[in-house]
Design a binder for this molecule. Structure first.
Ligand code: EPZ
Length: 421
């Protein structure tokens, strides 16, 4: 079993280059299915989820090549609309291929993505919207069979919740539909804006009011383009949290500070000093963090649910008691139990968690429960006395490229022991 071994208590200092955003790269790769031509996606992170997206593209008939952080997709040869079950299981967000595949090929067959580490992840909003655009959907035995007769037709869709995945699926189905589609209460995450920028560069006609309304005028054909993926805002928060719990300082390069506009005030409340220059961010942490009063997760521009576990790891070693309210997912505190193995004092009830800071934590064997929960364990381990051994690393590999080497470069005592038979 591969494991990360971290000896805590070393102050981090230095600079880290931030990669492209996983949650932008994935829907953009799915969108390439729509394009009759070659797309060059730059700043595409090297992650297992991206590899799964590439495997889906190849299965559908695309030719995909990778050169460093650039992925080139030629979707001219798309010849089928089914996605194998193992690839659907490997990456739950593979449902974002649905809108693109059904629009391009006229039909799609894939397994229902099902529940996951964050609690149930229904796709009712995706399916209701696709039906309005003219997709016939049959759901049987945990599988979806989708088809349409001719081109999809634009319509008005009001989302009851600004779901990121549903907004992406509607965009992908609507850009080549006949007529205009208007999405009300669309998600406003930066990754949605990035997907719109990519599609627009391919010839799509999309307008937004910046307040949750997206207007898509369908076009007949899209052409290839070169697009650079935006920086990963959650990877950015991860390195800030990692340096903060060690009383350290870190300079993050190639970041987009406005994208973490809801996180920076929380870090400042905890005593961190942040300085922004264009695409660089310097954080200097105090010797001991202060508590943060309340962290309430919300759709963008609110505090991101993906950063909740990271702030919780900071709160575990802060002076005072912090309160967390998770409003996006039903079950996103599984990391709390693992943080408690390191000595953290956390009480959870439903969507609320109360964290009483302790100093110091102490090293122990722990398991990643999910991607961001795993990152929170790494952060807590950096602050803990003694050695922490973290297993179930496949979760981390879904969303962090070279996490161990980047942390080692800024002074962490960390090593990755690969699987031995
Ligand atoms: C995206 O997931 C991200 N994944 C998640 O990042 C992120 O946590 C989430 O958005 C919220 O920001 C990708 O972009 C690949 P949602 P998604 O649809 O699209 C409910 C990470 O760690 N809902 O906005 O699945 C749903 O159950 C990951 O990188 C419905 O009820 O999120 C949840 O409670 C994990 N019906 C809420 O909406 C639907 O049809 C938010 O889900 C769709 C969603």
């Amino acid at each position: 079993m591969a494991k990360l071994v971290i000896e805590g208590g070393h102050r981090l200092s230095g600079s880290v280059d931030i990669h492209g955003a996983k949650n932008s790269a994935l829907p953009i790769l799915a969108a390439t299915v729509l394009i009759n031509g070659v797309c060059r996606i730059e700043n595409c992170p090297r992650l297992s989820d991206v590899a799964a997206a590439v495997a889906i593209l190849e299965h559908l008939g695309c030719t995909v090549t990778r050169d460093g952080h650039t992925v080139t997709v030629d979707a001219t040869g798309v010849c089928r609309g089914d996605v194998p079950d193992n690839l659907m299981r490997e990456m739950r967000s593979s449902i974002v291929f649905l809108g693109a595949v059904v629009a391009r090929t006229g039909g799609a067959a894939m397994a229902y993505p099902g529940g996951c580490e964050l609690g149930p992840r229904p796709i009712d909003l995706h399916l209701a919207a696709l039906r309005r655009l003219g997709v016939h959907i049959e759901e049987q035995g945990g599988r979806l069979r989708c088809y349409h007769d001719g081109r999809l037709t634009g319509c008005d869709v009001t989302l009851t919740f600004p779901s990121v995945g549903a907004t992406e699926n509607i965009l992908l189905a609507a850009v080549t539909a006949v007529g205009t589609t208007t999405i009300y209460n669309a998600a406003r995450e930066p990754e949605i804006a990035d997907l719109c920028a990519f599609l627009t560069a391919c010839g799509a006609r999309i307008r937004g009011d910046g307040e949750g309304t997206l207007i898509i005028e369908g076009v007949e054909r899209l052409h290839g383009c070169t697009h650079r993926v935006i920086p990963d805002r959650i990877e950015t928060v991860t390195y800030l949290a990692a340096a903060a719990v060690t009383g350290g300082s870190v300079l993050l390069k190639h970041v987009c500070p406005p994208h973490i506009g809801a996180v920076m005030p929380m870090m400042e409340e905890m005593g961190c000093h942040l300085t922004v220059w264009d695409d660089e961010l310097l954080m200097i942490a105090p010797p001991r963090l202060r508590r943060v009063k309340t962290v309430r997760t919300l759709p963008y521009p609110g505090f991101p649910t993906d950063a909740q576990a990271l702030l919780m790891a900071m709160a575990c070693v802060a002076d005072g008691t912090s309160v967390f309210i998770e409003t996006i997912f039903d079950s996103r505190y599984r990391h709390a139990g693992e943080l408690m193995r390191l000595g953290a004092r956390i009480k959870t009830e439903g969507r609320v968690a109360v964290v009483e800071g302790v100093c110091p934590l102490s090293g122990a064997p722990v398991e990643c429960t999910d991607l961001r929960g795993g990152a929170a364990l790494v952060v807590a381990a950096l602050a803990a006395e003694g050695e922490t051994v973290i297993t179930e690393l496949q979760h981390l590999e879904r969303g962090y490229e070279a996490l161990d080497t980047a942390l080692a470069k800024v002074g962490a005592v960390i090593r990755k022991d690969e699987e031995t038979v």
